[in-house]
Design a protein around this ligand. Structure first.
Ligand code: PLP
Length: 428
């Protein structure tokens, strides 16, 4: 099976170029300056089609909640977007939630779980983004529950299955766990976590923050049947101003904010925004299109799954190249002036993020030096509220985060390696 090839597989060259063409400002920024943007864990490239479909829909000012032909059209776009959220996650039934950000979505899901489910403790991990961690802590305190936090594994940058499962018991109100870390890239074994945690408490409610993982790997809720999950289209070729969640039927029917006369499982509150749904469908179209370059599929989910598998393979091959390089152009693992953190040979359990440091340079200084050479990377440092807890748990003061995207090529990675070698030379 493809996903077991640790070093991945690049897209054919013509496809790689065609993919690049589908995005705005990959090789040059909006001012026309040449650049390498390796900061896609903070906000990804935008698909031209997502923006164009969004603008087209926003030009139509009509209300979808009418009986006109235009309203029918707007509703068909909304329905397609909702089905496409299900397609991305392989979700059956349940309800889709949209808010301005993924953080708002997980706060809301956490609030509803804490306020309505019985239990004496809430379990999460030290690897969570603050939106999941802080909301779980806040509602644990507010509802008088014990707050239990699973430790990270400082070797892998992840959290081991047994660390999480060990904290779950019959009295667990819910488990909130991240799918993959936006700092280390490590992918948690959610399938095992769900299976083992439910072996201990069969009706356990599970909330998953999938913001980092959804753009880089396939989520399949039929294999990982959690109750609530979120993602952010702007991290996945889409547009800012939208956080998306999906909740299972049993979670959807828990008491929550809604207009009283609406059906029990309705989670949307107020006027829907067809343009946002059109933006989501453009992402799904893009991934399906990639899948179909390899094999025609009858079902949209099958094409999407194949597209995601190919994206994961391409990103893994680029990560292998970034780490290993060639005899002429050594990769990060082999450069004297670079220290790679949280690194291990099997890349199949990592999203495309490399955490590293340039020896002798503070992370923030290194980011500036890269910027002077028209390369965008980001530092994750312990002084940031977005990184401190996770870095402390790994015993690291800070890292550079290198996060390219599936529209990048081997040439882009080579260019990054050459610039890194130059930067190190200047240091000496
Ligand atoms: C793993 C993870 N979860 C949640 C979020 C929050 O997303 P947003 O800023 O859209 O609310 C982020 C954003 O960086 C993230 O990386």
């Amino acid at each position: 099976m493809l996903q077991h090839t640790p070093q991945g597989e690049l897209f054919p060259e013509a496809l790689s170029q065609a993919i690049k063409e589908k995005f705005y400002w990959v090789d040059e920024d909006y001012t026309g300056t040449k650049r390498l943007f390796f900061e896609n864990a903070g906000g990804s490239f935008t698909l031209k089609q997502a923006e164009q479909d969004y603008v087209h829909m926003e030009r139509i000012g009509d209300c979808p909640e009418r009986t006109s032909k235009t309203a029918d059209y707007l509703n068909s776009v909304i329905d397609k977007g909702i089905n496409d959220v299900r397609c991305m996650l392989n979700a059956k039934g349940g309800s889709v939630i949209t808010m301005l950000t993924a953080s708002q979505v997980i706060y809301e899901m956490t609030r509803v779980a804490a306020e309505n489910l019985p239990g004496k403790n809430i379990v999460t991990t030290a690897l969570e983004h603050p939106s999941a961690y802080d909301s779980a802590k806040y509602y644990a305190e507010k509802t008088n529950r014990e707050f239990r936090v699973a430790k990270t594994n400082p070797e892998t940058g992840g959290v081991d299955v047994d660390e999480v499962v060990g904290l779950v018991d019959e009295d667990t109100c819910f488990l909130s766990v991240i799918y993959a870390s936006n700092i280390s890239g490590s992918i948690l074994d959610i399938e095992q976590i769900v299976a083992k945690a439910r072996a201990k408490k069969p009706d356990l409610y599970i909330i998953v923050d999938a913001v980092q993982h959804v753009p880089h790997g396939l989520v399949d809720l039929q294999k990982t049947p959690v109750d609530a999950i979120n993602f952010a289209p702007y991290k996945f070729c889409g547009l800012r101003g939208l956080g998306v969640g999906w909740v299972s039927d049993r979670f959807a029917s828990l008491p929550h904010h809604k207009l009283a006369a609406k059906p029990a499982g309705e989670w949307e509150l107020g006027s829907p925004a067809p343009a946002q749904y059109a933006g989501v469908s453009a992402i799904v179209d893009h991934v399906c299109w990639i899948g179909e370059q390899f094999e025609k599929k009858n079902m949209r989910r099958e094409a999407f799954a194949l597209g995601m598998e190919k994206i994961a393979q391409h990103e893994r091959a680029l990560m292998q190249h970034l780490l290993e390089g060639t005899p002429e152009l050594p990769g990060l693992r082999h450069m004297d002036g670079v220290e790679v953190f949280l690194d291990y040979p099997d890349l199949s359990t990592r999203d495309f993020i490399v955490a590293c440091a340039i020896k002798g340079l503070e992370c923030a200084e290194a980011v500036e030096k890269y910027a002077e050479m028209d390369v965008t990377v980001y530092e994750r440092v312990a002084s940031s509220l977005y990184s401190k807890r996770m870095l402390d748990s790994f015993g690291l003061e800070g890292t550079l985060r290198i996060s390219p995207f599936h529209c990048h090529t081997v040439e882009d990675v080579d260019q990054f390696l050459r610039i890194t070698a130059e930067l190190i030379k200047k240091q000496k």
